[in-house]
Design a protein around this ligand. Structure first.
Ligand SMILES: Nc1nc2c(c(=O)[nH]1)N[C@H]1C(S)=C(S)[C@@H](COP(=O)(O)O)O[C@H]1N2
Ligand SMILES: [Mo]
Length: 422
């Protein structure tokens, strides 16, 4: 719906009758709330990754002042990361149509001439560049990471983190400049006065086409269209936070939602033992020994010897940074604090631990846990799940499970644990 005889810098070129302050304002207010929630839950995810445990978990060593807020991630409530990261990923996917509609609604302004009319106008346009670029960058990197199975494994972490700060800074400037007009517009519409005139609302480029084409859908109708798109994304994504039949509704969720089978090990698997190159031999009772190291030396334990230690159960979920999670599973194994006690610590004074896997290649070979995670009585080196020995894909012979932690810290096929001195 364009008038090709006019240049795009002319308001008459843009003819959709849907564009206007009301449409832009409604979408803007939805994004104001949604993006703020995305930013906060995103920052929480970085804290949950234990960034101060350099160098194992900290992939943003140059985070500098941007990391000022990082804090020791708690172990409770035990479903904390399941909630924050489920919201982050599901909401991020759900508001993509709103973002695209918002960008479409203001695209004529991109072509306004002259491009810069004053210093203030120039600064605003630079902030818009960072805003639009930042939004596209954050959504594209986020969706790619979730969908394509960590396309940039190590580098996603700093990219998405630095991008978020640039984007959010531009977002705050934009909201400060624009929110008053958006709210005024919505108030006026509600009281039946119609949007502000061009003079008040849209000084640099009219959103309302001066020569609108005949409408094919009302403004309200187009909002329903955007909302419908969001709803469709939501219902095909949200199932990834649940087990059972609901998970099969997560059509848009990434890899690995092939049926994990039934029985005790029948819940979501991220990377299989075969994919990670873990052989049956190195997992076998004859070969596998867990090495636990602390101030009093190194203890080597077979699976049978571990099963002879005091065993405890915890009902805990697995919650991945990709947004999917399982419901609570019954894990049984040795408390991490008891393992610390084997090598020279008081359980209540257990320190950080470095956990290393049998895995020799690829990401997530090792992870460090903080002292508060080690000391929690629910944190286990799990040997069984749901009443049976761990399956190979769930980390047999032994795996870590910690309450409220991101899945990535729950190392599978554990070979070595080193307490203290990280
Ligand atoms: N050794 C090892 N442990 C690992 C991984 C891995 O690739 N290798 N993946 C991690 C990630 S990213 C997640 S989300 C959980 C998934 O656990 P599950 O496959 O048992 O559901 O295991 C974690 N532990
Ligand atoms: Mo994960």
């Amino acid at each position: 719906m364009r008038d090709q005889r006019l240049p795009p810098s002319s308001p008459g070129f843009w003819r959709s009758p849907v564009r206007g302050p009301w449409f832009t304002s409604v979408l803007g207010v939805v994004l104001l709330v949604g993006i703020t929630v995305l930013f906060v839950t995103g920052l929480l995810s970085y804290a949950a990754y234990n960034p101060d445990l350099s160098p194992v978990n900290d992939k943003t060593p140059d985070k500098g002042i941007l990391g000022f807020y990082l804090f020791a991630w708690p172990t409770g409530p035990y479903w904390l990361y399941r909630l924050t990261q489920g919201v982050h990923v599901t909401l991020g996917i759900t508001i993509v149509p709103v973002l695209l509609a918002k960008l479409w609604s203001v695209v004529p302004k991109l072509f306004a001439l002259p491009p810069v009319r004053s210093l203030a106008h120039g600064l605003e346009r630079i902030s818009l560049l960072l805003l639009v670029g930042g939004a596209l960058f954050e959504f594209v990197t986020g969706v790619l990471n979730v969908q394509l199975d960590y396309v940039f494994p190590g580098s996603f972490y700093p990219l998405h983190f630095y991008g978020a700060w640039v984007f959010f800074a531009a977002f705050v400037v934009h909201v400060l400049l624009r929110a008053p007009a958006a709210v005024r517009n919505l108030r006026r519409m509600r009281s039946g006065k119609g949007p502000e005139g061009e003079a008040g609302g849209e000084p640099d480029f009219p959103l309302v086409s001066p020569r609108p084409a005949a409408p094919t859908v009302s403004r309200r109708g187009s909002l329903w269209l955007v909302g419908g798109g969001s709803l469709a994304l939501f219902v095909t994504t949200v199932g990834q936070s649940f087990d059972g039949p609901l998970r099969r509704t997560a059509l848009l969720a990434p890899h690995g939602f092939a049926d994990p089978g039934s029985g005790p090990g029948g819940f979501q698997i991220n990377k299989t033992a075969a994919y990670r190159g873990i052989s049956a031999r190195e997992r076998s009772d004859e070969v596998w020994r867990l090495a636990v190291t602390g101030p009093s030396g190194t203890v080597r334990l077979s699976r049978a010897e571990l099963l002879d230690l005091p065993l405890h159960s915890s009902a805990l979920p697995i919650a991945c940074v990709e947004g999917w999670s399982t419901s609570d599973q019954w894990w049984r194994g040795v408390r991490l604090r008891d393992l610390a006690a084997l090598v020279g610590y008081e359980a209540d004074a257990a320190p950080d631990v470095l956990v290393e896997s049998l895995q020799r290649h690829g990401a997530f070979r090792s992870a460090a846990l903080r002292a508060n995670q080690v000391r929690d009585e629910r944190s286990l080196l799990a040997l069984d799940v749901n009443g049976e020995p761990l399956t190979p894909d769930h980390g047999h012979p032994a795996r870590i499970i910690v309450p409220a932690a991101p899945g990535v810290l729950n190392t599978k096929w554990v070979a070595r644990m080193t307490f203290g001195d990280l």
